[in-house]
Design a protein around this ligand. Structure first.
Ligand code: BES
Ligand code: MN
Ligand code: ZN
Length: 512
């Protein structure tokens, strides 16, 4: 990852490959944002006009390159759009944290191939420092593990290594709050980028067993407890949902439990992640065109994994248990059939009508396992339904819950960290469509409202009286379009920062 430093240096004397500055969208054209005063001065105070001539408006996502003034050590100025100055409701005044995060991400992405950049964006406190740090670390991400062997270099296909070093100007290297904002960003983004790596890793190299092994290694490194149930242990324990889904694959399923405990914690959160390392659909096979990106179907488990490890690294005063329900959904002679009935870990029976509705089956077992510990709340994260993508598009995840206040808490946590999310209902009348002739419930219901039907199914496997929320990240988990802001193509790490925020709020007692 990009190395970050806080720097009190002034832009002109800085040895760097580029100086990044902010441009805001003013009422009469672009406005140079605070933090870039020294740069503007070197342009005789005419930088806004120069930028306008170059076509800049200050809109979010916009990037303009211009040669640095002659007396600067750095050769290049990169101006990134911050959008309109607003009454931000977070700790950064003027520009919201997410505008800073996105602008830093856009710049970091554009600076791939360069060694060092100085970020002279508006900094008015630790909130801004943390946001810029996150934008840099997330925007500079590249997945080139499979490019090296092919081209014999340590770089990506286009020969550009991620930005190696970033100095954050305006940050105070001796200020405890500034330093801890950077440390938090590093811990969260390192884990989030690891989640992206896992999502991007092709499914032949990330089986349930391999994923479980990676979780074990990370747990050891960061002082978490880890337990892995392999297929034999799953049979012994009666985890019919996970076994049913994993039964068609030569790569056997796993259930991983990660435990982080703080000695002074009085709250316990459980995070549950869907970890289908590849979703072919099973016997209800997906048609071509619908399976090329299905390595992303373990994004929920990757997010849970990242969030639990990040909580441990941050030493949050809350107990967090992560459950990774790992299986590969494949068709074969041993695969679950449409018509089969599974006896789930909870004891309920499920008639499998469509083997492509597999996520809810593995989650049902993990939700029940999590419930047995009676945590204060459970949050599951899953690339669960195409229907949620149809409803909310590819950048917003749906939030469902059995408790209105908890659903709002998750929506707010998501908003605070800049993850688009939206509350969705769990209409009772949709339960009827899942009635089965032979079992307690079927794994399919009405097609209309498919995302909500899936949520209602999951609700049946949450222990009595336990607060629960469900995040359907099918849209935002995997970016099939071009990179934007600090979001790369491919695995995005969706929901990681929302889960970490929830854990922080629970630790600080801001949540009941
Ligand atoms: N993993 C898919 C959902 C998905 C679709 C995630 C597109 C990301 C992008 C899930 O297992 C699935 O196949 N769901 C079915 C459920 C249906 C058979 C009830 C779906 O949404 O079509
Ligand atoms: Mn499926
Ligand atoms: Zn799936």
């Amino acid at each position: 990852m990009t190395a970050l430093t806080l720097s009190t240096s002034a832009a002109p004397g800085l040895r760097a490959d580029a100086i990044v500055i902010g441009v805001a969208k003013g009422t009469k054209g672009p406005v140079v944002a605070p933090g870039a005063e020294a740069v503007d001065k070197a342009y005789d105070g005419k930088l806004a006009g120069v930028l306008e001539t170059l076509g800049a408006s200050g809109a979010e996502g916009e990037l303009t390159k211009l040669p640095a003034p002659a007396d600067f050590k750095a050769p290049l100025v990169v101006a990134v759009g911050l959008g309109a100055e607003s009454d931000a409701k977070d700790e950064t005044d003027g520009f919201g944290a997410d505008a800073l995060r996105k602008a830093a991400g856009v710049a970091a992405r554009a600076l791939a191939g360069t060694k060092k950049a100085a970020f002279a964006l508006p900094v008015d406190g630790p909130g801004a420092v943390g946001a810029i740090a996150e934008g840099v670390l997330l925007g500079a991400y590249a997945f080139d593990a499979y490019k090296e062997a092919a081209n014999g270099s340590a770089k990506g296909k286009n020969g550009k290594a991620p930005l190696a070093e970033a100095a954050l100007l305006g940050g105070k290297p001796r200020d405890a709050a500034h330093k801890s904002a950077v440390a938090r960003a590093v811990a969260v983004c390192e884990e989030l980028n690891r989640a992206r790596d896992l999502i991007n890793t092709p499914p032949n190299d990330l089986t349930p067993a391999i994923f479980a092994g990676i979780a074990q290694t990370a747990a050891k490194e960061h002082g978490l407890k880890v337990q892995v149930l392999d297929d034999k242990a799953l049979v012994k324990g009666g985890y019919g949902g996970i076994l049913g889904v994993g039964g068609g694959s030569a790569a056997t399923p796993r259930l991983v439990k990660l435990t982080y405990k703080h000695p002074k914690a009085d709250k316990h959160l459980a995070f549950v992640g869907k970890g289908i390392t590849y979703d072919s659909g099973g016997i209800s096979l997906k048609p071509a065109g619908h399976n090329e990106t299905m390595k992303c179907d373990m994004s929920g488990a990757a997010a849970v994994f990242a969030a639990v490890v990040a909580a441990a690294r941050l030493g949050l005063e809350v107990n967090v248990t992560g459950w990774l329900a790992l299986a590969e959904n494949m068709p074969s002679g041993s695969a679950v059939r449409p018509g089969d009935v599974l006896r789930m870990y909870s004891g309920k029976t499920v008639e499998v009508l469509n083997t492509d509705a597999e996520g809810r089956l593995v989650l049902a077992d993990a939700l029940w396992a999590a419930s047995l510990e009676k945590p204060d709340a459970i949050v599951d994260v899953a690339t669960l339904t195409g229907a949620m993508m149809l409803a909310l598009g590819s950048r917003t995840f749906g939030v469902m819950a059995n408790d209105d206040a908890f659903r709002s808490a998750l929506h707010e946590a998501a908003e605070e960290v800049g993850e688009p999310a939206w509350p969705m209902p769990l209409p009772e009348h949709l339960r009827k469509g899942m009635e089965s002739q032979v079992a307690d419930i079927a794994n399919m219901g009405e097609r209309m409202g498919g995302g909500l039907v899936a949520g209602l199914f999951l609700r049946e496997f949450v222990g009595e009286g336990i607060t629960w929320a469900h995040l359907d990240i099918a849209g935002p988990a995997f970016n099939e379009g071009g990179a934007f802001g600090y979001t790369p193509k491919g695995g995005t790490g969706s929901a990681v920062r929302t889960l970490v925020r929830l854990a922080e709020q629970t630790a600080s007692g801001d949540l009941g």
